[in-house]
Ligand binder design. Sequence first.
Ligand SMILES: *Cc1c(COP(=O)(O)O)cnc(C)c1O
Length: 414
Amino acid sequence: MQFFLHRDGRLHVESVPLDAIAARFGTPCYVYSRAALEASFRAFTAALAGREHLVCYALKANSNLAVLGVLARLGAGFDIVSGGELARVIAAGGDPRKVVFSGVGKSAAEIRQAFEADILCFNVESAAELERIERLAAEHGRLAPVSFRVNPDVDPKTHPYISTGLKENKFGVAFEEALPLYRRAAASRSLRVVGVDFHIGSQLTETAPFVAALERILELVDALAREGIALHHLDLGGGLGIRYRDEAPPPVAEYLGALLGRVGTRSLKILLEPGRALVGNAGALLTRVEYLKPGAEHNFAIVDAAMNDLLRPALYDAWHDIVPVAARSGPTRCYDVVGPVCETGDFLGHARDLAVEEGDLLAIMSAGAYGMSMSSNYNTRARAAEVMVDGASVHLVRERESVQSLFALERTVP
Ligand SMILES: *Cc1c(COP(=O)(O)O)cnc(C)c1O
């Protein structure tokens, strides 16, 4: 289903034309489709029907409270990587008892915060972290629920910056270390072993690496069962890719079908941690052309969004489709679409054939994941507004930042 569509020559999100959003809220502006978000969440839960499951949205992909609230109302759990994200889940009305806490550097304060909130599980990433959780749990009279993030040492065949399941990565515990760690946790009076998890990378477009990882994890699950350490849940992580350009990731049902087939009749609740696959194609970044600058080597379309708003092109050389909001009939020209930031790496797209004029609106597509959540104030640029469309309704879900707020916490010295 398409939620961003041209109708009568204007790009719409659901029933709302994007030019109306730009007129009302200005640019740059992130625009999300509630229907798209709900549809992608339901694709996951439908594929898991018939099994005990919990889809824990990885909110680092997009942590706007409106996004969290919509998913929470559909019954989502959440995968967090910081105490800040836990606070967001609670502020958005999410249930902390459906929260799994990932990340290699959980601080003592964050661990205590998670005890207070009574989260579902700590996804433990090292022996040292296990020790810290155990000590704090003992101090606070808690029985801390733990899962180990096990590194299956599988090559996910994605960008090296977003590959996380290889031996050389900082994430998770080595496969060989897992069994002794489980024995230790199972013997502790302050820890309760509840599950196992893995997450091998992001923007994966094939099922095979997930299956390879799962098969290793299932070896471990079975070895644990033989020792009398029965797990309650199996967390398959996130990482399913989306189509940005011409990628063909497997449909959710196919990807999950393959994984659930391997799990077979083992009685394990299935957890998932999708981020990008839920929100990536539910959002676009709306921007306006400030200047056209023809050149001998390149023509530039200079727009009012920049790498501080959407870092993925600069960081990963990632592709985002760039679509004029109002189609023009004139001839196209090849443009580098760039922002105002003082870096050569500040681009949103290279070599795009566009028929555009100064003042035109462009939509940078597939920007719902790792867009706003990775944005910064570089060049003292106020962050974009965020809007969520719901049918014919438009909700401002984050105000554009004021410039004053950017240095409100700073002081000059005498
Ligand atoms: C980032 C992350 C996810 C989500 O990854 P996506 O590729 O966005 O699905 C899930 N689990 C963990 C532990 C992560 O770090």
